[in-house]
Design a protein. Structure first.
Length: 133
């Protein structure tokens, strides 16, 4: 059963300007250490940050919270499963909100798709409840 859907579209140049202006302060505030490591190892560093930014925005919409009520940027981190499929790992307030959405006897599955075609980056997040095994 679908619990939430969120999408976001962002101009990569906006993230580039924000990083130029605020630098590490912005990166530390928004991105998890794992996201920073992945982005900083890529040739398209800014696009990688932009896609993850869009994924966080989409996730906050899928949760129905936005960035309020104890949900913060770093509470949502884009991670890759061993298969390479991206998903979001939630902690803190985002995890608390997610846990409230999931019915008893179920667990959450977060599907994420992220893409970019300069100058735009896009993310779509679908949160579903699947029965526990």
């Amino acid at each position: 059963m679908i619990l939430g859907i969120g999408s976001d579209l962002i101009d990569i140049r906006r993230i580039e300007k924000t990083i130029e202006r605020f630098g590490d302060r912005f990166i530390q505030r928004v991105f998890t250490p794992l996201e920073q490591k992945k982005a900083d190892s890529r040739a398209e560093r800014i696009a990688t940050y932009a896609k993850r930014f869009a994924a966080k925005e989409a996730c906050s919409k899928a949760l129905g919270t936005g960035f309020r009520n104890g949900t913060f940027w770093r509470d949502m981190g884009v991670v890759n499963l061993p298969s390479g499929r991206p998903t979001l790992e939630l902690t803190g307030g985002a995890k608390t909100h997610l846990d409230k959405l999931v019915p008893a006897g179920h667990m959450a599955r977060i599907d994420v798709t992220i893409t970019d075609e300069y100058p735009m980056a896009q993310a779509l997040v679908v949160i579903t409840a699947v029965p526990k095994a």
